[in-house]
Design a protein around this ligand. Structure first.
Ligand SMILES: C[S@@+](CC[C@H](N)C(=O)[O-])C[C@H]1O[C@@H](n2cnc3c(N)ncnc32)[C@H](O)[C@@H]1O
Length: 274
């Protein structure tokens, strides 16, 4: 997902999910009484969630918010459209080497990450880096998708004659938790987090459901999060989205939601302390 402008225009569902999670879980983070906290946002994307949702939810006494992403396009967009005196954007792959980043910024009081780890196959390496980037007693709040109907539809389409050739790497784009039992997801994450060295952790599944406006909004929303879109020819892009939307709207019609332009997602929220 690298179309930053498209993502920034249609991520209202994501922003609402982040708002809901921050309201419920940010009070569990331990803010310094004297202020001056250093905060890291991992996988900041287009920067609008960082500056418009995250920053206003943090104590005004924080020192700085460093927002990182591995996508050059996202960072370029974020720097151009979502600049803020307290925010610095920086390139970082949270699953790769962190030495240079650490040398530049030092350790953090708090690390947050929203809707990033569902794209990650190397989740353990990412969580380990988050642990290594935290000060002693530092804490983190991570939220990512474990399951959503779009992943089921992508999987179904990857098995069809028409689309299979474009979707050979489907497993790369589906969260490792999507086909697991939710009870195991919570337990496995708790075990992993503890084994990394976090002293306290809380892992919860949270529901995020809602309507996504009109058909046009719905199409843009799923185009922005479609990992296969950019590899298709323009004609195939249209055909793919037509078929994807028919399939997903049928699912939601059958589930009898108030509208077929619906999305239903299960998120996992982790609050942990070093
Ligand atoms: C769905 S966007 C979420 C953006 C923002 N946090 C929000 O909630 O709107 C996920 C972002 O995570 C970034 N990302 C994925 N894997 C990453 C990694 N290993 N390290 C840093 N960023 C990553 C992607 O480039 C993308 O911009």
């Amino acid at each position: 997902m690298h179309n930053a402008a498209l993502y920034a225009n249609v991520n209202i569902f994501q922003r609402n999910a982040v708002k809901k999670v921050l309201k419920q879980f940010a009070p569990l983070l331990q803010w310094r009484k004297a202020g001056g906290d250093l905060v890291l946002d991992v996988g900041c994307g287009s920067g609008n969630t960082t500056t418009k949702i995250l920053l206003p939810a943090l104590p005004s006494t924080i020192n700085r918010l460093i927002a990182c992403d591995l996508s050059d396009e996202m960072l370029k967009y974020a720097k151009q459209y979502h600049n803020h005196p307290k925010v610095s954007y920086e390139k970082l792959d949270i699953t790769g080497p962190i030495d240079e980043f650490l040398a530049k910024y030092g350790l953090f009081d708090h690390i947050v990450s929203f809707l990033c780890f569902n794209w990650e196959k190397k989740q353990r390496e990412g969580f380990q880096n988050i642990f290594n980037l935290l000060k002693p007693n530092g804490d983190c709040l991570m939220m990512f998708i474990v399951t959503t109907n779009a992943f089921t539809v992508f999987t179904d389409m990857s098995k069809t004659e028409k689309w299979s050739g474009y979707m050979q790497d489907i497993a790369e784009h589906i969260p490792i938790q999507h086909y697991c039992d939710l009870a195991n997801v919570v337990n496995d994450l708790q075990v992993m987090i503890k084994s990394i060295g976090f002293t306290r952790s809380n892992v919860e599944i949270v529901e995020a459901t809602g309507a996504v406006g009109s058909y046009a909004d719905y199409r843009k929303f799923y185009t922005a999060v479609n990992p296969f879109f950019e590899r298709l020819s323009p004609t195939n892009q249209e055909d793919f989205m037509d078929e994807f939307l028919q399939r997903i709207m049928k699912m939601y019609r059958e589930q009898k939601h108030e509208t077929e332009f619906f999305t239903s997602t299960k998120l996992v929220v982790i609050v942990a302390r070093k």
